[in-house]
Design a protein around this ligand. Sequence first.
Ligand SMILES: [Zn+2]
Length: 278
Amino acid sequence: MNKINNVLNRLDSPVLTKQKIIDMEDMSFFTHALIFDDLLIVTQKETNCFVLKSSEGLIVIDAIWPSVKAYEAIVGAIKDVGWNPDLLYKLILTHGHVDHTGCGKWLVNNHNVKTYMSRIDDIYWREYPTKPDRPETWKNYNIDVYLNDKDVILCGDKKIYVYSTPGHTPGCLSYIFPVKDNDIPHMAAIFGGATPPRTKPDIQTYMDSLDYFIKEADKKNVDVALSNHTAIDNGLLRIAYSKVRYSYMPNIYIVGYEGFKKYSQVFKTLSNNMISDF
Ligand SMILES: [Zn+2]
């Protein structure tokens, strides 16, 4: 159920259709944009990843889909913005679903990236594949470093803060990290599991995790809201805008902490919608 506000017919949450699930496998379309001085977003129709530039190298956060085309799109985007794909050195995953573990196999094989995820989701990824009937989507590379709540991943001049936010998957992680826009520092947050899980207890866990992450985001002065699914944040439009943004125009990802809290409301709305449908 989608509540429509009476002002300008704005929706409170995206309409998540079966077509969006199908579109997650569409490798015919990719786009990308340098949305901060040091943060690149790469997406196909539904699922996106990020490449963060640090003084030590390039860090990929999530990896779209297990297709060489997704890998090629990421490398192509890195080259397009003038970065060097030889500097790829870390792959950090939010959770063990196929649309996030994605094309990591090629990043590992071709760039020898170090891989990061929670231990719980590494097991979950192996034991409960998202597409149980399709072996080509099953776990296909190893995790080098298991992350825990409040870990900090050191990446040269940057630190990535790790938060355990179970619910979407049992070992789902969320991240906060610094970015710069025209040399001005900001703090970005990505909540790992975009959609609520399917049972009431899991939804409660998910909402508790969201509350926890919103509080931690406040402590870290988060003012940038990121998503790993374009349906959640009009991602394709934000990217299209960012591609042609003039330097004197606002960065559409910078929303302030209050904006981040408002944005996070979408996850609660999706959860409440799901509970009311039970
Ligand atoms: Zn997922």
